[in-house]
Structures are given as C-alpha cells and as structure tokens.
Design a protein around this ligand. Structure first.
Ligand code: SF4
Length: 225
C-alpha cells in the first residue's frame, strides 16, 4: 500500500548534483523513490517501494538546488515515478523555475493519463515542466536512437518555450560512471550498456573479481539507476 507522504517531505532514491547525461546541459538529477506503474519490463524495481529510499524535506532539496544553481542549467526529475509525489515534487520544480532553472520530468504515465488524474500536484507539476518525457520502457520497442530514452513508445512533450524539438538533434546519448569510496561503480545516462559491460567485465574473470558484476548498478533498458 502506498504510504501517506506529507507534501513537505519527499522520498528520494538518490540525487546527483551535476550530471550531463540526463537532459540538456549540466543538471541536478533527482531520482524519487516509489512507483505505482509496475511496468512489466522495469529493471529498476528497487525504486518501486514508496517506503524505501530516504525522506528529504522539500526545503532541504531547495537549499541543495540553490547551492548548485551557478553550475547547472536545470533539474531532471525521474524515478521511480515523480507524479506519485506530485505535490512536493511540484514545489521543488516551482522553486527551480524561480531560480531560472529548467525542469525536465520523466514519467511512466502517458501525458493523456496524467491529464485525467485528479491527484493533488499533477497539474502543478505539468505546469512547471519544460520537457516531459512520458511512457514506460517497453522491451519489444527497445531503441537508443533518441537521447535519454530506451524505447520507441516514449514521447517528448515540449510544454514550454524553453526547449524545442530541434534541440534534440544536438544531443547524443551518453553515460557517466562514478566510483564510490566503497568501490561500487554507479552509472547513469542512456546507451547500449551490454557491449560496454562485456568489455568491462571480461578481464575480471581472470582477475578473480567476478563479483564486480554485482557492483554495476544499471538495467537492461540502458539506464543507469
Ligand atoms: S520503468 Fe519507470 S515507470 Fe515503469 S515501473 Fe520502472 S520505475 Fe516505474
């Protein structure tokens, strides 16, 4: 059952303060925790539990954005499902816009479904979103021909004048990798990971480091999570 989330608290899976692999330019990327879409092909099931992740006050997230403001062009909201926490997420997005930041929002819902939703904050989050990327990942429609998405059914909706469809032509898919202090490798972005992982993992067999595969935190839809 979905937890009751107060509007001033978000549940977060993780945050990257500066990435160039999740939208136009440098962006703060916020993976929210909790997703009720339950897409059959989802490989990020650790983001489903609405009680998972960690709680963060909207005010703390806004302060974090303020600190990063000078080095980022905008924020990207993804998950999990940002519209499952639409009210607090819309408050973050609203503050981002006041700072002059752009807002890109990923959702597993289609835009049409969202328009039908009467849940608090949905219309507000749509109003603050410059670019909405909608639809679930569908394995049968797997494709990396467009930036940031893994299947052909996913659509780009330019909801403001901030970005235009032709801006997509200047963008290429990319991935980023970060090695944590504990040795874990975290990836984010979108690309065909399979070939890359094969080349990364091959030497580990002779090194006796086969367990390294478990440290690659990504999914078959090509998105680092
Ligand atoms: S693919 Fe995205 S929208 Fe679908 S269940 Fe997974 S996290 Fe949720």
């Amino acid at each position: 059952m979905k937890s009751c989330i107060p509007s001033e608290i978000l549940r977060i899976h993780h945050i990257l303060e500066d990435t160039t692999a999740e939208g136009f330019g440098h962006r703060m990327c916020i993976w929210v925790q909790g997703c009720s879409n339950r897409c059959p092909d989802c490989m990020a099931k650790d983001t489903w539990d609405h009680n998972g992740g960690f709680p963060l006050a909207v005010s703390q997230l806004i302060e974090k954005m303020r600190q990063c403001r000078s080095k980022i062009e905008g924020i990207t909201l993804l998950g999990g499902e940002p519209f499952d926490q639409a009210l607090p997420v819309s408050r973050v997005a609203n503050e981002a816009k006041k700072m002059g930041l752009s807002v890109i929002t990923f959702t597993g819902y289609t835009l049409n479904k969202l328009m039908e939703k009467e849940l608090p904050g949905v219309k507000e989050l749509l109003r603050e979103t410059d670019l909405l990327i909608d639809g679930p990942y569908i394995r049968e429609q797997r494709s990396f021909s467009r930036p940031w998405v893994g299947s052909d059914n996913q659509q780009f909706h330019f909801l403001s004048n901030r970005y235009k469809p032709e801006d997509l032509e200047k963008v290429h898919n990319r991935i980023e990798m970060r090695i944590g202090r504990d040795g874990t490798l975290q990836t984010n972005g979108m690309a065909d990971f399979s070939a890359l992982f094969e080349s990364l993992l091959e030497p580990s067999k002779s090194d006796g480091l086969d367990g390294r595969k478990n440290l690659l935190n990504t999914d078959e839809q090509g998105r680092g999570v």
